[in-house]
Design a protein around this ligand. Structure first.
Ligand SMILES: Cc1ncc(COP(=O)(O)O)c(C=O)c1O
Length: 480
């Protein structure tokens, strides 16, 4: 019997369709390797297949699900494929997806503690767990002056850090009268573009962001940072913010936090640490050397939505002094006033981020941590790092290729010895094959391929098959 679409989906219908969706996702995971990893869709293809106008009358859920397979799947790049080695991963896992589903089912909007106490308290608690799990400074814990919050992205975390830093540097005058134009921010020329974006949004001005040169390991050179700050001060400007990166996007370069932190302390600058992907590696004690000096950080962020099996979006953002962040971002209109806020005994996370509304993201992170446990998470990080090292050895042993950057974690940067054009043509052919997906960057102005191993379901056989395909394709190119 057809369903009456004038009415809402009943719990019984929801149960039936919900099961079908979960089955659909499980089937998708089972056959994910049969799809071309990079979507082969042409621009406009999906839109041409969709009706020009919205349906006048409600349609059956079965028809919608059929259309997902028929229309949507061809336009999907399969980020959860074990043959996805592009960009940085945005990996996921069963417990994360189910946590996401529950969050949607509960439909909580957690802007205030009072609008769902569990949403706020679970978040605070899980972020405190993460401080211990990553061996971050205890000042980032909610029991001290700092605390953690989940942001949608590392970009938002950088923006919030920058806004708090701006207010601290100007004694909260910028919030009232606007920003003066004298403030100067610093990061390496390998820092993620989100720092530049944050500088633009926060009204600092792109011309007031200094991109410091890096060394041969693609790490910021502290002596150049010190000199540039001195020059800016000499010319009457006001240095206020440094963003250091642990695991740059192009090459996984690791900025020296100890030296950068000492400069920030001496100069009274806000130090923000962006560990978007590499931060997950700190689950393993053997990868914590990059944290040396992290006690100098005023703020820190990493994305479980990159390498920690928690589907997008989920960025953990910490501050060493939460009062600066809250004072920078808090606005309290009458309609949000409530007794819990007035008591001062609760966190209202709306004051820790740009939007007012917020989803119950902690649920999926909690599920992931409980499902794998710290040992399980470490196991998978170690597996990925080991696979990357193995891949790097194969590249080094090949006369056709060279590794062009250190491999501290799970990213291998390499190129064909034939030069930029050959390397670029190779990438095009590889991605057109649909059998894997790689992306590129430029390092020392040379076209470079990036092989990042961090997908949940990637095993040695996938990495081996990728390498075999890369070699075979290179040989075919040479003889073409
Ligand atoms: C080092 C680094 N920082 C920040 C970002 C931005 O991440 P998000 O998409 O969470 O804003 C990325 C994305 O790849 C990154 O690699």
């Amino acid at each position: 019997m057809s369903e009456n679409h004038t009415f809402h989906m009943t719990p019984e219908e929801f149960r039936r369709h919900g099961r079908a969706v979960v089955d659909w996702i499980a089937d998708y995971y089972e056959r994910i390797e049969s799809f071309p990893v990079l979507s082969q869709a042409r621009p406009g293809e999906l839109r041409a297949a969709l009706p020009a106008a919205a349906p006048q009358h409600g349609e059956s859920f079965d028809a919608m699900l059929d259309d997902v397979a028929r229309l949507i799947l061809p336009g999907i790049t399969h980020w959860q494929s074990p043959n996805f080695f592009a960009y940085f991963p945005a990996n996921s896992s069963g417990p994360a997806v189910l946590g996401e589903l529950l969050a949607a089912g509960l439909g909580v909007q957690g802007m205030l503690w009072a609008t769902s106490p569990a949403c706020t308290e679970l978040e605070t608690h899980v972020l405190d767990w993460m401080v211990d799990m990553l061996a971050l400074p205890p000042t980032f814990k909610s029991s001290g002056p700092g605390g953690g919050v989940i942001q949608d992205s590392a970009s938002s975390a950088a923006l919030c850090a920058l806004l708090a830093a701006r207010e601290r540097a100007t004694s909260f005058v910028s919030n009232r009268r606007g920003c003066s134009g004298d403030l100067v921010a610093y990061c390496s020329n390998q820092a993620h573009s989100s720092i530049e974006k944050a500088v633009k949004i926060a009204g600092i001005g792109r011309d007031n962001l200094r991109l410091i040169e890096v060394d041969e390991r693609f790490a910021l050179r502290p002596e150049l940072l010190r000199q540039t700050i001195a020059q800016d001060r000499k010319e009457g400007r006001v240095p206020f913010f440094v963003a250091a990166t642990l695991g740059t996007t192009s090459s996984n370069g690791i900025d020296p936090l100890g030296e950068i932190g000492a400069i920030c302390r001496a100069e009274n600058l806000w130090l923000h640490v962006d560990a978007a992907m590499a931060g997950t590696a700190a689950l393993c004690p053997e990868h914590r050397a990059m944290h040396e000096g992290i006690e100098h950080a005023d703020s820190y962020c990493f994305n479980p939505h990159k390498w920690m099996f928690t589907n997008f979006d989920c960025d953990c953002f910490y501050v060493a002094d939460r009062s600066t962040l809250i004072d920078a971002l808090s606005v309290l209109p009458e309609y949000l006033k409530n007794k819990s806020t007035e008591s001062g005994a609760v966190f209202d996370y709306r004051d820790w981020q740009v939007p007012l509304g917020r989803r119950f993201r902690a649920l999926k992170l909690w599920f992931v941590i409980r499902h794998y446990g710290v040992d399980g998470l470490r196991h998978h990080v170690r597996r990925h790092v080991e696979l990357a090292r193995r891949f790097a050895r194969w590249v080094e042993d090949s006369p056709r290729f060279e590794v062009v950057a250190p491999v501290p974690l799970n990213l291998v940067c390499f190129r064909h010895v034939g030069g930029d054009t050959t390397t670029e043509r190779l990438l095009e052919r590889l991605n057109a094959s649909g059998r894997l997906y790689l992306t590129h960057t430029r390092l020392n102005d040379r076209y470079t391929l990036r092989m990042c191993i961090g997908q949940t379901y990637t095993e040695e056989r996938h990495v081996r098959a990728a390498w075999d395909l890369i070699e075979e394709t290179a040989i075919a190119l040479e003889s073409a």
